[in-house]
Design a protein around this ligand. Structure first.
Ligand code: ADP
Length: 528
């Protein structure tokens, strides 16, 4: 390739190079392409400076003295040092700034050539071309020869053509490096997380962190890593923990949809708080679920202890409270109308009434949890939905809210359930939606049957709930503390009652919410 016109050999070389550029293992391909190119031009020394991405520094990817192949690549630090210097002061820097190729006919007579004291070549002529992508210089290729006046315009043109072709390869190699770095960072974060975490796509576990691999190993007695890329349903049969997750991830995932439930793994004899969140990529048509499991055995034991204490306290407090109310009534009888003592008595009575209300509520929940569930055979689900809507409509009307319904229960499904409790649960959810939605807002009640399940949900465009509170709102006495809820009265017991009732019917409650946008609460129960 020393003439001014492309010879058949040159054209063949270009064709060979474009074919090579489509191969995988881009780093190696690029190296071979450039070496081929340099050989055909007859260069004795070749170096490629590359910009790994916009954030990090330039690097010399390789430097090779083709005349004496013993000289191999420099170490990482050496490459970086060299790259900085030639880009600052040398020919490569000039080409980088001008974004155009250049030839130095005689290095002794051209200002753009800087001889470094520890330079590896005795070059007398040089050819240098940039790799430009979207107006940005991604790499700079330098070819050297020990004779002056060695390179000509034709060499420059041919080298520029190859540089243009190889630019996409450089770009891909950069993107690939960047993606690999990001993936490694993400993996480090996931593996460092102490809670087991799974990503599920189409029912298959596509990502497991270390904690999840260990958990799968303990549940199944096999090596946990074997379960990567396996269907979750495969483990589901053996343990309730995975059976529940498997059931949820059978549905179509939707971004932001969250299920949170507590479950005991009988195999491990431990309790877990499981959060399943749906995600979908708006553009890529890629969707799935992220499952996080937090071990809460100790917390649950404490909770049981707290429930037990509350139960005992509620029972034991009832009699003294009744006594206080009784004595207050007696004192009232003996107190003249105008006496200020009557005001004190009133205050005592109001407080004891509030305490009584609270005790009754606690005993009610404790009874639902621990007594045999009184079932009404063949109850009409639609009747209950309609009654709950009827009973809550006046409150919505008072707040000038629109109460919409979306009920698809034409077949009037009947099943065994405690109608009083289920209606109470429905009214609680509708009542909350009305309570936590400002005047003039919208509340939508939906009910439908899906296979063997009855589903009920309430959606509002109210104040919403910050994400970090979502897993806790079904806990007893839990209230979201925020300035938008400060003025709203409540005891943090309603949702706990709903959860207790629904779980006694072997169903499940769920919530999804966006702070400032609105909430959706719902439950499903199986048809018996
Ligand atoms: P409360 O008596 O406080 O309403 P609940 O157990 O019914 O108790 O609800 C617990 C907490 O969950 C509430 O204090 C509130 O912060 C939040 N919450 C419940 N329903 C909604 C809703 N529809 N919109 C926004 N926040 C809600």
């Amino acid at each position: 390739m020393v003439n001014d016109r492309p010879s058949l050999q040159d054209l063949e070389l270009l064709a060979q190079i474009s074919q090579m550029l489509t191969l995988r293992d881009q780093d190696r391909v690029l190296e071979r392409v450039i070496e081929l190119m340099a050989n055909s031009v007859g260069a004795q020394h070749v170096s490629l400076l590359i910009h790994p991405d916009h954030m990090t520094e330039w690097q010399q990817v390789f430097v090779r003295n083709l005349a004496s192949p013993r000289e191999r690549e420099l170490g990482q630090a050496g490459r970086l040092h060299f790259a900085r210097r030639v880009l600052d002061q040398g020919l490569a820097g000039w080409v980088f700034r001008q974004r155009q190729g250049a030839i130095i006919l005689d290095t002794k007579e051209d200002d753009r050539w800087v001889e470094f004291a520890d330079g590896t070549s005795q070059a007398r002529s040089a050819l240098c071309v940039p790799f430009v992508f979207n107006d940005e210089v991604l790499a700079v290729l330098t070819l050297l020869h020990n004779e002056p006046y060695y390179f000509n315009e034709y060499h420059l043109r041919m080298t520029s053509i190859v540089a243009n072709q190889a630019t996409v390869t450089v770009r891909n190699a950069q993107l690939f490096t960047k993606m690999r770095q990001q993936q490694q960072q993400l993996e480090a974060v996931l593996h460092a997380a102490p809670d087991p975490l799974l990503v599920i796509n189409d029912g298959v576990m596509v990502l497991l962190n270390h904690a999840a691999t260990q958990l799968l190993g303990s549940v199944t007695g096999e090596n946990g890593t074997l379960f990567l890329h396996q269907p979750i349903a495969q483990i589901a049969g053996d343990d309730l923990l995975f059976a529940r997750i498997s059931e949820i991830v059978r549905g179509e995932p939707q971004s932001g949809q969250t299920w949170s439930f507590e479950v005991r793994s009988e195999v491990l004899r431990r309790d877990y708080l499981v959060t399943v969140t749906g995600w979908e990529h708006p553009v890529d048509d890629n969707a799935g679920y992220v499952v996080i499991m937090r071990e809460i055995t100790q917390m649950r034991d404490l909770n049981r202890f707290k429930d037990e204490m509350l139960r005992i306290a509620s029972h034991d407090l009832r009699s003294p409270l009744a006594l206080i109310v009784g004595y207050c009534s007696l004192i009232e009888l003996d107190t003249p109308e105008e006496s200020p003592v009557r005001d004190y008595l009133d205050a005592i009575m109001r407080s004891t009434e509030r305490m009584n209300g609270l005790l009754e509520y606690l005993l009610h929940v404790e009874q639902i949890k621990n007594s045999p569930l009184e079932l009404h055979e063949d109850a009409d689900f639609l009747d209950l939905v309609e009654a709950a809507i009827r009973n809550t409509t006046p409150t919505a009307v008072n707040k000038a809210q629109i109460l919409e319904t979306d009920i698809a229960l034409d077949d009037r499904p009947h099943t065994a359930m405690n109608t009083v409790l289920i209606r109470e649960a429905m009214e609680n959810l509708i009542g909350n939606a009305i309570k936590y939605t400002p005047e003039g807002g919208r509340v939508r009640v939906s009910a439908f049957q899906q296979g063997d399940y009855l589903a009920f949900s309430v959606e509002d465009n109210g104040i919403g709930i910050p994400k970090e509170h979502l897993p806790l709102v079904f806990e007893s006495f839990y209230r979201v503390k925020h300035e938008s809820t400060d003025q709203i009265e409540g005891r943090g017991l309603g949702l706990n009652l709903v959860k207790t009732v629904i779980e006694r019917h072997n169903g499940e409650v769920w919530v999804e919410s966006e702070f400032g946008v609105g909430s959706r609460f719902g439950f499903w129960i199986p048809l018996i």
